[in-house]
Design a protein around this ligand. Structure first.
Ligand code: THR
Ligand code: THR
Lengths: 161, 161
């Protein structure tokens, strides 16, 4: 079935925190996220890619208001578990396309990435799910990226938030 | 509102392909995914984390049957765009929890990671969306991981596929 792209979602209240070089052994992701949960920090997107030489980076996004508290919690943990640096960036935003069957239709992601490329917008992070393809972009580009995706998918002015 | 974890989804028909060291400039993600779309390769999860020294790894998952074709398409592209190695791994599976409000409730991800940690299951990749937290684990662990998450979230024997 062809994906029905229903809308473009965007959000500028995004900060990404990255813990570099987390050892790829059971329990370390839990070690990072349990204290954040205990302090009621609301985590949005979590990303871990393939490890290399036994470690991998783990990133997560929070609201800009929570960034400092999250970094203060995670820095000592990273040291404790022998991970690398913790970095934080609030100059980000999220933009993405939303719709049923997005993931199972070849070409949707390529069209979204192509549209952003043509607009000269750099993709700073990617995550997907059955109904969404989400890109992190520079905060200053979020509006431009959202408009670009609207045009690329022939959507009207309304957008899913 | 408290997340309602409705079920545990799992899938062993997963292969992950990783393109290392993709330059972090507009257009390169499109360069990787357009040929895959042109050949009708169905991409499931796409993951890009924070770049380091101007490059970042991009991973994506396909069905095991599509892995070889996807690698054959992506290897020459990676060379063309000056990226690093392309690696592929079919010994993987996906397991995750599904439910409304999962992402917006602190502690759900930590509980999932904690349960897998306690069971000694290593998390090989993470992606999240509003309604899902998905972990890549070794294929041999998928059943064990699914049972572990069922127990951790007090679910009955049914599961969302
Ligand atoms: C890196 C981290 O995810 C680790 N593999 C774990 O299971 O906790
Ligand atoms: C790495 C890749 O995503 C690149 N930043 C792009 O926009 O295509």
């Amino acid at each position: 079935s062809v994906a029905l792209v229903r809308g473009v979602a965007h959000d500028t209240d995004v900060a990404r925190i990255t813990v570099r070089a987390v050892r790829d052994r059971p329990g370390l992701a839990h070690g990072i996220f349990q204290p954040l949960a205990d302090h009621g920090i609301n985590i949005d997107v979590i990303v871990q890619n393939l490890s290399e030489a036994g470690t991998t980076d783990i990133s997560f996004t929070v609201s800009k208001a929570d960034m400092a508290a999250a970094v203060d919690l995670v820095r000592p943990i990273a040291a404790e578990i022998g991970a690398g640096d913790v970095s934080a960036d609030a100059s980000l935003g999220k933009v993405g396309i939303v719709g049923v069957g997005i993931q199972s239709t070849p070409g949707i992601a390529a069209r979204a990435f192509g549209a952003l490329a043509e607009a000269g917008i750099n993709i700073l992070g990617i995550t997907t799910s059955e109904i969404r393809i989400t890109c992190l972009v520079a905060e200053a580009e979020v509006e431009h990226a959202a408009r670009t995706l609207h045009t690329a998918f022939g959507l009207d002015a309304d957008s899913a938030q």
